[in-house]
Design a protein around this ligand. Structure first.
Ligand code: PLP
Length: 436
């Protein structure tokens, strides 16, 4: 696609965008009296305007029916969670019975590791990315200790090659082969939260299986961002949160995927709770856990309906827009961001910016991470002063995510102008120095 660095071009693209009406379904935060350029949907997605109606419907049912709301009202609570798998399974490329909405991301990661990380004296190692999201690091570390093992001898963290910012699939596959005799689990972020790199999940899963290990993905930055085919790729397990690209509010109810191969195996070890118990006999309250033979068999507690109401509002919007359409727009919009960043960089003789997100269309979603050599925090503050809500990661990275549901080409164009001015404002700062 041929891009141009002009407001006319950006507006023309927005005019022609078949998804343009979706922006109107969201509240755009105001900064300095104007709608902000909101580029942090990768951290906290915006609130759909319809969320209030979904939440109000729940509150009404609760007010009108009390406990009977489990069975009566607009959307009875007993089966509320069953509304999700059909639509969510399209977002992750799964069968509905492989998907469950429950808990929070890190809780789900723990529950899945209890099932899939069962180290033996011979097979106990875990391969993951270096500098994984802290919660994932802590989850792995504590799981390893739970089994009486030492994290340093057990967890193998893969780093990009010298001078590179992202992992190469061939290097991951090679590491999996090298450790194949001792490998228990391979776990990666589907999209790396820092660099924005999309992992090539199919060959990684395949290599893990060849090695005799299980393979799982943390999809916090992947779901609602890129197209996924978990079932077809034969991924064993996955989990995600709903407050980033899925716009379901801070700490919103999360989700998990367990491949069809495992869901009907009631002998699999797991941490159980009553909501995972066979529905027909759940309320007989008898001894002996009998799991539901779908991903629901990993549920612990009855559904957090208040949080699920907000989740539903957003999932319905995704269903209407279609992940395939969103992915097409995302490629154009993020392609435009790359182009604009190159324009800004060319004009900047201090060459202060390095894009660390891979440029290949299949290796990035909508997020672009920019490493700032000098005055990074100051540049970030300049952006914010001028209406851009972006994300700062210590020590030197600004993450920018134009989200296809609600961001525009005009947002990206204007961001380029603000970035250019910001670079000028920080150019006198010596490397490593702070000016406030
Ligand atoms: C956002 C994120 C989390 C957050 O976990 P919660 O349990 O939802 O707080 C975990 N892992 C990754 C990779 C993330 O991006």
């Amino acid at each position: 696609m041929r891009y141009e660095n002009s407001l006319e071009f950006a507006r023309q693209q927005d005019q022609e965008d078949t998804l343009k009406e979706f922006r109107k379904k969201f509240y755009i935060p105001i900064l300095g009296g104007k709608p902000s350029i909101y580029f942090t949907g990768n951290s906290l997605g915006l609130q759909p305007i319809s969320t209030q109606d979904y939440v109000n419907d729940f509150l009404q049912d609760w007010a009108n029916f009390g406990v009977e709301g489990h069975f009566h009202g607009k959307t009875p609570w007993l089966s509320y969670h069953e509304l999700f798998p059909e639509k969510l399974s399209k977002l992750v490329g799964a069968l509905p019975e492989e998907v469950i909405v429950m808990n929070q991301l890190t809780v789900n990661l723990h529950l899945l590791l209890i099932t899939f990380y069962r180290p033996s004296t011979k097979r106990y190692k875990i391969i993951c990315e270096g500098k994984a999201f802290p919660s994932d690091q802590y989850a792995l570390e504590s799981q390893v200790k739970l089994h009486g093992l030492k994290p340093d001898d057990t967890i193998i963290e893969l780093e990009p090659r010298e001078g590179e910012f992202s992992l190469r699939t061939e290097d991951i596959v090679e590491a999996i082969k090298r450790h194949s005799n001792e490998l228990a689990v391979v776990l990666f972020g589907g999209v790396n939260y820092y660099s924005g790199e999309v992992m090539d999940m199919k060959p990684i899963t395949h290599a893990a299986h060849e090695a005799g290990a299980y393979c799982g993905f943390d999809l916090a930055h992947a779901i609602g961002n890129i197209e996924l085919k978990l079932h077809e790729w034969e991924v064993d397990f996955a989990c995600w949160c709903s407050y980033k690209y899925l716009n379901s509010g801070p700490g919103g109810v999360a989700g998990a995927f367990i491949h069809e191969r495992f869901i009907s195996d009631s002998s699999l070890p797991r941490l159980a709770g009553w909501w995972g118990h066979e529905k027909a006999t759940r309320f007989q309250m008898e001894k002996g856990f009998k799991p539901i033979l779908t991903a629901e068999g990993w549920q612990l507690s009855n559904a957090p309906v208040l949080s699920m109401a907000a989740h539903r509002a957003s999932i319905d919007i995704f269903d209407e827009a279609g992940m395939g359409n969103l992915a097409i727009k995302s490629r154009k919009l993020t392609g435009y961001l790359f182009y604009i960043l190159d324009q800004v960089n060319e004009a900047d003789d201090s060459k202060n910016l390095t894009i660390i997100t891979p440029r290949n269309e299949n290796e990035h979603g909508c997020q672009v991470s920019i490493l700032v050599k000098k005055g990074g925090k100051e540049l970030f503050n300049e952006l914010q002063k001028n209406g851009v809500i972006a994300d700062w990661r210590e020590p030197d990275v600004i993450r920018i995510a134009p989200v296809p549901l609600y961001n525009t080409f005009e947002d990206v164009y204007k961001f380029g102008q603000i970035l250019k001015a910001g670079l000028n404002a920080v150019r006198h700062i010596p490397e490593g120095n702070k000016y406030w």
